[in-house]
Design a protein around this ligand. Structure first.
Ligand SMILES: Cc1cc2nc3c(=O)[nH]c(=O)nc-3n(C[C@H](O)[C@H](O)[C@H](O)COP(=O)(O)OP(=O)(O)OC[C@H]3O[C@@H](n4cnc5c(N)ncnc54)[C@H](O)[C@@H]3O)c2cc1C
Length: 429
C-alpha cells in the first residue's frame, strides 16, 4: 500500500505547492481569517472582492485540514435534514434563507472554478444518492420533491437507471441533484487562494494564530513570529482548531473519516462504473461513497471505529467492501490512503458562533462541506463588509458546549457497529 507519507491523494498528485511566507511583522487589516480551508479562503476571496483588506493566517499550508483530505464530492444539500425539517427547526423565514444558501452552493463552486480558471478536474454532472431499502427510497423521494419544489435540478431514478448510471447493483432506486459533481479539492483550494490574492488578500502559511485578544475597538492576533490588528476576525479552523479556543472545541464532535484511492482501474471496469463521471453515495448510516479521479483511480471512504491499528486496518476494510459491493474481484490495489477530521455539529447544520464583538467562528463541515463552506465564506464576506451576523442567512448564536463532551466526543465513531446493525435491519425488515 503506497501513499502513506502524503497528507492525501490530492496533496500527492496536485501541482507543486507554492509555499507562501509566514507572517513576520505586524499588519493592520479589516478582516483577519484563521484557517486556510474552503471556508477561510472563500471568505477572503469574497471580502477582498468587496474592497476590504484581508489576511488569511494558516497554521500549516493551504488545504492542510479537511479541505485537502476529503473525497471531492460537491453536494448541494444537508447531511441529515431535508428542507421541510429545516423549516420546522428554524422557522419559515430563517429556514428558507439557509436552504437557499445550500441550494446554490454547488453552482457557486463550479461558477468560481469557471470564473477564476481553476484547473481542478471539476465535473458537474450530478451527485447520485442510491436507496438501500424501500423505506430509504420513500425518504429520498420526499427529499428530491422538496428540493425540486425549490427549483433545484433534482430527479428520481428507478432501479434500472440507478444501476445504469452507477454500475452498482442491489439498490432499489435513487435520486440525483444534477448541480452536484466532483473535483480535486486541493487544486480547488489552491485556486481559491490564488484568486483571493489576485483580489488583494494576503495569505500567510506556517502562521498559527496562538491568541486573539481585544484591544480597544479592534482585535490583536498573535502568531509565533508576528502580529496582526484586525477590525473583524473569522475563526475558520473547523475540526483542527486545537488550543486556540477551548470553548469552541467543545461545541462539535470530531469525526475521523478514512479515504482510499486505488491504482487506476482498467478501462473495462471503469466503463461499467459511473460512466458519466457522477459522484455516488448511498443512504446507509454507514454509507458507501465512490467516484473516480481524472486518472481513473477509484476513491472511496467511510467512518470506522477508531482503535489501535485503525490507520492500517481500515483502508483494507474499505477496499474489501468495494470488491464486494461493486463486484470487482480484480480491483487494483490501494495506492493512497489517508484520513481527516470532520467537525460534526449536533444538528448537522452550518453554524456561526458569536465569540464577541466582531469575532465569529464559522463551521459548516458535517462531513459534506465543500459546497456549503464555500457558500458560507461568501455569506461571511457580507458580515465583514458590515451586515450584522444575526441578519446573515445562517444560524447564529453564542457557543453551546456539548454536555459531557469529554466522554461523548468520540461517540460518532464508536456508534458505528450500532449503525451497521440498523442498516442490516433495514434490508431484512
Ligand atoms: C475524510 C473526509 C472526507 C470528506 N469528504 C467530503 C466530500 O467528499 N464532500 C464534501 O462536501 N465534504 C467532505 N468532507 C468535508 C469537507 O472536507 C469539509 O467540510 C471542509 O473541507 C471544511 O473546510 P473548512 O475550511 O471549514 O475547514 P478545514 O479545511 O479543516 O480548514 C481548517 C484549517 O484551519 C487551520 N488551523 C487550525 N488552527 C489554526 C490556527 N490556530 N491558526 C491558523 N490556522 C489554523 C488548519 O491547519 C486547517 O487548514 C470530508 C471531510 C473529511 C475529513
Amino acid at each position: 500500500m503506497g501513499g502513506q507519507e502524503a497528507l492525501s491523494l490530492w496533496h500527492a498528485v496536485s501541482r507543486d505547492h507554492r509555499l507562501r511566507p509566514a507572517l513576520e511583522d505586524s499588519l493592520d487589516v479589516d478582516l483577519a481569517v484563521a484557517g486556510g480551508g474552503f471556508a477561510g479562503l472563500s471568505a477572503a476571496l469574497h471580502a477582498a472582492g468587496k474592497g476590504l483588506s484581508v489576511a488569511v493566517l494558516e497554521a500549516e499550508i493551504i488545504a492542510w485540514g479537511a479541505s485537502g483530505r476529503n473525497a471531492g464530492f460537491v453536494v448541494p444539500n444537508f447531511a441529515k435534514m431535508d428542507p421541510d425539517a429545516i423549516v420546522a427547526h428554524l422557522g419559515a423565514e430563517r429556514g428558507e434563507r439557509l436552504i437557499g444558501v445550500a441550494a446554490g452552493s454547488a453552482d457557486l463552486v463550479f461558477n468560481l472554478i469557471g470564473r477564476h480558471n481553476i484547473a481542478c478536474d471539476a465535473v458537474q454532472n450530478g451527485w447520485i444518492q442510491a436507496a438501500h431499502s424501500s423505506a430509504a427510497l420513500e425518504r429520498i423521494g420526499s427529499r428530491a420533491k422538496q428540493w425540486a419544489e425549490r427549483g433545484r435540478p433534482a430527479m428520481m431514478l428507478d432501479r434500472q437507471q440507478t444501476e445504469a448510471l452507477t454500475g452498482a447493483r442491489g439498490y432499489v432506486g435513487g435520486w440525483m441533484d444534477r448541480s452536484g459533481g466532483v473535483l480535486n479539492p486541493v487544486e480547488f483550494a489552491r485556486g481559491l487562494a490564488e484568486a483571493a490574492e489576485t483580489a488583494g488578500a494576503r495569505i500567510f502559511e506556517h502562521t498559527r494564530v496562538t491568541s486573539i485578544d481585544r484591544s480597544s475597538d479592534s482585535w490583536r492576533l498573535t502568531t509565533p513570529s508576528g502580529s496582526l490588528r484586525a477590525g473583524k476576525v473569522l475563526i475558520a479552523t473547523n475540526g483542527y482548531g486545537g488550543a486556540l479556543n477551548p470553548t469552541l472545541e467543545r461545541t462539535y464532535f470530531p469525526l475521523k473519516v478514512f479515504q482510499i484511492a486505488t491504482a487506476p482501474l482498467p478501462s473495462k471496469a471503469r466503463q461499467r462504473l459511473l460512466p458519466g463521471g457522477h459522484g455516488f453515495s448511498d443512504t446507509k448510516r454507514n454509507l458507501i461513497t465512490f467516484r473516480f479521479d481524472a486518472q481513473n483511480r477509484l476513491i472511496s471512504g467511510g467512518m470506522h471505529v477508531v482503535s489501535a491499528g485503525a490507520d492500517r486496518r481500515v483502508p483494507r476494510t474499505i477496499w474489501r467492501r468495494l470488491v464486494r459491493r461493486l463486484e470487482l474481484s480484480d480491483l487494483t490495489p490501494i495506492e493512497y490512503s489517508w484520513s481527516g477530521i470532520a467537525a460534526i455539529e449536533p444538528d448537522f447544520l452550518p453554524h456561526l458562533i458569536d465569540l464577541g464583538p466582531d469575532l465569529l467562528a464559522a463551521r459548516a463541515c458535517n462531513g459534506r462541506g465543500i459546497a456549503m463552506t464555500t457558500a458560507m465564506g461568501k455569506v461571511l464576506a457580507d458580515w465583514a463588509a458590515g451586515t450584522e451576523a444575526r441578519d446573515l442567512p445562517l444560524p447564529f448564536a453564542p457557543p453551546a458546549p456539548i454536555r459531557f463532551h469529554g466522554l461523548l466526543r468520540y461517540a460518532p465513531n464508536m456508534l458505528l457497529p450500532w449503525s451497521m446493525l440498523r442498516d442490516w435491519l433495514d434490508r431484512t425488515g
